[in-house]
Structure formats: structure tokens, C-alpha cells
Ligand binder design. Structure first.
Ligand code: CP3
Length: 345
């Protein structure tokens, strides 16, 4: 990693660099969100994407889970569709549903209209400001920046909203390869710019979310998705890069090859098997089953022990969920997991 200057090491950054730290680092995907009463209070009356674009509010929400749980990282409060909104695309996040686009990309005219929305560094100013305000209050706790990978973003843009199996996006990938390249190339540029703004603001690691890449065969992933994801990861230098998706057991080596230093694994694949698939030399992140958060503590604790044991097969392991915190999660359970992880011998 091309770290410039004396950056203090932390358990999270050591693990991301492949060095096993003395204490087990832990954070949770979607740790800033509806499971926290302070989040619900801060968000009351403000639409999701408006909250993301209000720097003081985004900073406050980012800090909430760090204060409450003592996690080893903050993840910037934002969303994968924020760079599209900043480019002027008409997108909303509908509560309980997800991102919804006013003009789904269904034909050449829709595509031409979308890619005409350029994203300038000026438009990204509120993001850089929110990250800088957050970092100023975080002390030594590192902030993770993130972006959506082109395939996952494309699956929303082409469908117009959430879909079960990304059918339209996968059709387009084969039926109109030129349009697909233009679309994913555009999404790679805006996600890359979003990531770069966060690193300029002081993010000390980044995570690329390709949540729905697991619906792709490896050959399609390598041929038609990996190049655009690589371009996003190449937009930032000098920070460790995590690459995560759901149901991606068959894609893990390809996701590493896209330019990741660390691979995030969902709850379906034990971490020792994930590590073996990755050749044994790649730090891993994951993979508590979110369903177990609602189980009695002894049941959850046995699961945590299994996850941490399996994680010992990798050079280093950052404990996390296999996907995001479910909104109905008791936040006390998350605090208890952090305490348990930090008390491990
Ligand atoms: O992890 C964090 O705490 C950081 C913030 C974060 C959010 N979205 C905030 C958010 C991150 C990293 C994301 C990424 C994201 N957004 C992904 C990839 C990760 C994943 O979960 O697979 C995806 C697919 C999206 C798109 C999206 N945004 C969905 C599907 C939803 C849920 C809609 C719902 O209401 O169930 C959102 C909204 C969203 N993004 C919320 C949060 C906290 C909930 C907004 C609310 O409070 O109503």
C-alpha cells in the first residue's frame, strides 16, 4: 500500500494491510441506520438523500455508531446512488424499498440522457466537506469511504428500482454489449469520483459494494463487469480497498483481481473456505449471519466463535456481518458483539 507519511496504525488498518492485530477489529455494514434510535431522531423529517447531502447531519449520523458501539471503524453515511443524484439524475430512495429512478435506462435515448449527466468536483464538495467534518471528530478511528460498483448500480438504473434477480441488467449485458459498456463506464466514472472525494476528505480505507454481483456467472463477471469495477478501485490510491458482494463465493478471486486488497464475504461461505478460494494470502472481512443477531446470546456467541475461528485461516480478519444490519436489530446486541470481539485473547 502506498501510504504516504506517518499514518498511525489501528487494528482495522493493520488487518487490512494483512497484519493480524492484537485485538480483533470489528465494524458493521449499515451500522449507521434505523436500528439506532438516535439515527431515527436525527433523520426525522429529512429524506434519505437530503440527509446524505447535509454535511453536518451526515457527519453526526456517521459518528453515532462509533460513540455507541465502540466499533473499530466509521463508515461514511451516504448511499451508492448519491453520486448520481449529485450529477443531476432524478433518483429517490423510497423507504422500505430502495433507490427508484424517474427514467429507467431502457433504450439508446435513455442511455444518452443518463450519460450526459456529468459529475463535477464542485458538485462533490458537500461529500468532501462531510467526510472532513467527520474525520475531524473521529480521532484515531479510521473512516471507511465507499461507493457502489457499476453492476449493482446498473441493476437499479436499468430496472428503475430494486429487482429480485437483476434480470434486465443481465439481459442488456448480453443483448447490447456496446450500451452495457457505455453504461458501466459512466457509472464507473461517477463512483470513482465519489470515492476520490471521500479519500480527499480524509477516508483512510474504501469499500466497493457490488451487492448483487452474485447473480452473475464468473465468465460474465470477468468479461463485462470486472473492468468497470477495476476502474472504480483505480480511482483512489494509497488506501486499502475492500470489495464486497452477496452470494459471491464463485467470484471471490475475480473480485480480488479487480484490484482489491481485502475481500468481504457474506454469511453463506465459511471464511476458511473463502480464504482457500483466495489462495490463502488475502485478508478477509465478514461474515456474521444477520439472522443470528436476533438469536439468544449463547447461540449468537457460538456462531461468533465459529466465524472468528474460520477467520484464522486468512492472514488477517475484520469481523463484520455477511450483509447489512437489519433495521429491527437490538443495538445492544451490536455493542455486545464489539465488547466480545475486543475481549478475545
Ligand atoms: O453501512 C453504513 O452504515 C453506511 C451507509 C450506507 C447506506 N447505504 C445508508 C443507507 C451504505 C454503505 C449503503 C450502501 C447501499 N445502498 C447498498 C450496498 C450495500 C447493501 O446493503 O447491499 C445498496 C444496495 C444501497 C441501495 C439502498 N439504499 C437500499 C437497498 C436501501 C434500503 C431501502 C430500505 O428502506 O430498506 C437504501 C437506503 C439506505 N441507505 C438506508 C441507509 C441507512 C435506509 C434509509 C432509511 O433510514 O430509511
Amino acid at each position: 500500500m502506498a501510504g504516504s507519511g506517518p499514518v498511525p496504525s489501528t487494528p482495522l488498518l493493520d488487518a487490512y494491510a494483512g497484519v493480524r492485530p492484537a485485538t480483533q477489529p470489528v465494524w458493521f455494514m449499515r451500522q449507521a441506520g434505523r436500528s439506532l434510535p438516535e439515527y431515527r431522531a436525527s433523520r426525522a423529517g429529512t429524506a434519505m438523500l437530503d440527509a446524505c447531502l447535509t454535511p453536518d447531519l451526515a457527519a453526526e449520523i456517521t459518528l453515532q455508531p462509533v460513540r455507541r458501539h465502540g466499533v473499530d471503524a466509521a463508515i461514511f453515511f451516504s448511499d451508492i446512488v448519491v453520486p448520481l443524484r449529485l450529477a443531476g439524475v432524478d433518483v429517490e430512495i423510497v423507504p422500505g424499498r430502495g433507490p427508484v429512478f424517474a427514467r429507467p435506462v431502457r433504450d439508446a435515448a435513455d442511455l444518452a440522457d443518463l450519460v450526459a449527466h456529468e459529475l463535477t468536483d464542485d458538485a462533490l464538495a458537500p461529500i468532501e466537506a462531510a467526510v472532513a467534518a467527520t474525520v475531524a471528530q473521529l480521532g484515531d478511528v479510521p473512516l471507511i469511504g465507499f461507493a457502489g460498483a457499476p453492476f449493482t448500480l446498473a441493476s437499479y438504473v436499468v430496472e428503475g428500482g430494486p429487482s429480485k434477480d437483476q434480470l434486465r441488467a443481465r439481459t442488456m449485458l448480453h443483448a447490447d454489449p456496446d450500451a452495457w459498456r457505455a453504461l458501466t463506464g459512466y457509472l464507473a466514472r461517477i463512483s470513482g469520483a465519489f470515492l476520490a472525494a471521500q479519500v480527499r476528505g480524509g477516508a483512510r480505507a474504501v469499500q466497493l459494494f457490488d451487492s448483487w454481483a452474485g447473480s452473475l456467472p464468473e465468465a460474465d463477471y470477468r468479461a463485462a463487469v470486472l473492468p468497470a469495477s477495476s476502474a472504480v478501485l483505480a480511482a483512489v490510491q494509497g488506501v486499502p480497498k475492500v470489495h464486497f458482494g452477496v452470494g459471491t463465493a464463485l467470484l471471490l478471486p475475480a473480485m480480488r483481481d479487480a484490484g482489491a486488497d481485502v475481500v468481504g464475504v457474506d454469511h453463506r461461505l465459511p471464511l476458511d473456505e473463502a480464504s482457500a478460494l483466495l489462495g490463502g494470502g488475502v485478508p478477509v472481512q465478514g461474515n456474521i449471519d444477520p439472522a443470528l443477531l436476533a438469536a439468544p446470546w449463547p447461540v449468537l456467541r457460538a456462531h461468533l466463535e465459529a466465524v472468528v475461528d474460520a477467520g484464522r485461516a486468512a492472514p488477517a480478519h475484520v469481523l463484520n456481518l455477511g450483509h447489512g444490519v437489519p433495521p429491527e436489530t437490538d443495538p445492544g446486541v451490536l455493542t455486545r458483539i464489539v465488547e466480545w470481539a475486543h475481549d478475545l485473547p
